[in-house]
Design a protein around this ligand. Sequence first.
Ligand code: MGD
Ligand code: MGD
Ligand code: MO
Length: 764
Amino acid sequence: MSSKRPDGIEEYDAPAGGWGALKAVAATLKQQQVMTQGPLTLLKANQPDGFDCPGCAWPDPNHTSAFEFCENGAKAISWESTSKRAGPDFFAGHTVSELWDWTDHKLEDQGRLTTPMIYDSTIDQYKPIAWDEAFERIGKELRALESPDQAEFYTSGRASNEAAFMYQLFVRAFGTNNFPDCSNMCHEATSVGLPKSIGVGKGTVSLHDFDHADAIISIGHNPGTNHPRMMTTLHKASRRGVPIVVFNPLKERALERFAAPQNPLEMATFSSTAIASAYHQVKAGGDLAALKGIMKLLLERDAADLAAGGKGLLARDFINMHTVGFEDLKRDLLQTEWEQIYRKSGLKRAAFESTADVYLSSKRLIICYGMGITQHSIGTQVVQQLANLLLLGGHMGREGAGICPLRGHSNVQGDRTVGITEIPNRALIDGMERAFGFRPRQDKGHSAVESIEAIIDGRSKALVCLGGNLAVAMSDPEATYAGMRKLDLAVHLATKLNRSHLLTAKTSIVLPVLGRTDQDIQATGLQSVTVEDSMSMVHASRGFLKPPSDQLKSEPAIIAMMAKATLGDRYGIDWEGLAADYDRIRDKIEIVFPDFFDFNKRVRMPGGFRLDVPAASREWHTDNGKANFLVAGGLEEDIRFDDPDVLILTTLRSHGQYNTTVYNMDDRYRGVFGRRDIIFMSEQDLKARGLADGDKIDITGVKVGNSTPQTVAAFTAVRYDIPVGTIAGYYPEMNKVIALADLDTTSGTPAYKGVPVMVRRSAG
Ligand SMILES: Nc1nc2c(c(=O)[nH]1)N[C@H]1C(S)=C(S)[C@@H](COP(=O)(O)OP(=O)(O)OC[C@H]3O[C@@H](n4cnc5c(=O)[nH]c(N)nc54)[C@H](O)[C@@H]3O)O[C@H]1N2
Ligand SMILES: Nc1nc2c(c(=O)[nH]1)N[C@H]1C(S)=C(S)[C@@H](COP(=O)(O)OP(=O)(O)OC[C@H]3O[C@@H](n4cnc5c(=O)[nH]c(N)nc54)[C@H](O)[C@@H]3O)O[C@H]1N2
Ligand SMILES: [Mo]
């Protein structure tokens, strides 16, 4: 097609990775002014004696000898180790109202925070406050609440195990279970869904299993951008001849072809390796139909084999010995009609036939998945269908097979493991009593969406955020912003300035923290923290850069002092002692969670240790002691509207962002440069609305619950290879059209990938 494309839209022909990625790293280092420390910083990432890359939760190969190249890891690290600073001078030069009009990129690009700051409403500015005074204020405000349940304690998934554990100790001693968490916006469908299926809310595979898999299904995730180190693994698998079957509405370049920067031949010859053996462009929200289709075809072929006198094609022995619910699943699949499956998934018969071929010729299958699965109104049930599909072939608990949720933040899984949860179980409460001699409450607290609802209604009056950018990450920011501006107290522990900090409460305090790359020195000397990756490996991380300011404190230290100022000597917890030596925190973690036995010893071994994942050895810690086939009724993943005018919007990360952190305005692999104000649409959907490539459009959310439909105006429609009925735009810009009530009611996860919207030509 030769017609002129909209500004900034180009065909990007190169493979993912390769020279383009190396060039991008050089540009990032320059932009963040880290040339002097930068390359050294990068070389230490994910090394046995280095720090854990804050980029993602993909594990490190134990035997790492050379720096594992990763473009987006490099961006994450240089963004943190930048030499730019947002100190008192900066804040003295700008009112909060002025900063509000800046872009998210510009706010964070001011650099690292250097001093504790408190908002002064008389001048509409943040000004410095001494640490002691800040803690005193926070303690006073928290104690003044009528009930501890009027406070919300948010955690973003970069917090280390030590920080997260201290935080939950503080909050439980304070007396609430209000633990909104970024997990509630991310893999909660996994944490809630998988325990019912296989008895553990985590992935079952390790990196080793990828070397032994003979087929991989990749569904609803974009590793070229979000887990680039996974590309090394997929690249290797593909070169071994392992079929990789992809289900994704967009043709993500890295899943099509990838040039490994570590591979001299590919780099020298500008060649690349095909990753996907088959690429199925499923509709957004069509995965439930797709998965049921695959399973239905497996049953049909199995029945045919049995009828012809064969032994059947499913793992009958495994199903009989290890599972419950097969007949219910079968009934559901038999009554699901093929026509409906094709229509909802957008896939044709051939896609199902070829996937069934791969499935039936494989002995060891891994399924990898991400937000394309979890962020739907019944995300939990869709996750369970992935488990069903694996169980039919016995692909659980054997080498080279299993389920692989791609976690988001580098320690989002660990934070949950060490007690950040609004639904504490008995074991956690017992453990806390063992370790600290008091028995915390066990009733359910608030998840992320519930915390926002409570803030909007005025039921909650205080918000403490251990990192993150909650207001911007959440759906319906208009309502969220208004709610947060009514708070009595807002406290943010952060590395950099972001929009959530500008939603000022009566008392607003921003506390600057050490990052992963910074040296953390406490009373007993240099400290290490620990993190758990996507594959349940726990290992140490030690920063080594000189901190950006001598005023910064570590997260565990800040939490300890906040707790002391709020709780005094309640329960006799030795806050100073814990913060002085993180080994003592780890000793307490071990008492609360026996899986961490010999924690301090084992974490000092190169590569750390793996937490027990019972399902990986076919131990099912479910209520009935078996793995369960679980039925999801129907084929609808998202709220359904009969109106043909309603499109389903899925929201994506660009290649130049980390969640709400926008590094730059490019989305290289999708051919978008210098802008984010676009919506990808199929030619057919454009035509049906009388629109052309490049036209200005307004996108309006459809009313869900008691939401007020919001509009994002004057974005540009971009013709794109995407299924009819599905459109895509960037997170967080598109959050405005997402209703708070549009969520997975089982897990509380907002349906960010299945948003019903209307698209109209812009009036202006
Ligand atoms: N560089 C970088 N790394 C990151 C992050 C980042 O922002 N930047 N974020 C981190 C975090 S917190 C997380 S949770 C992970 C997120 O990692 P991903 O799970 O990869 O997240 P998304 O970018 O939301 O991408 C979703 C993918 O699913 C596809 N998709 C959308 N809707 C559907 C659907 O209905 N069905 C299917 N099958 N596919 C769909 C999209 O086309 C896209 O390829 O990455 C982590 N790593
Ligand atoms: N529409 C839509 N919305 C989404 C998603 C989506 O796919 N679509 N994805 C959801 C997902 S998966 C997630 S995880 C959430 C992300 O939600 P959050 O985790 O709340 O957001 P982030 O953008 O990762 O947070 C960035 C901020 O963290 C702070 N920070 C960075 N490093 C550190 C550190 O080491 N310590 C501390 N204390 N602070 C630090 C910085 O100040 C930075 O501004 O967004 C969710 N929202
Ligand atoms: Mo996430």
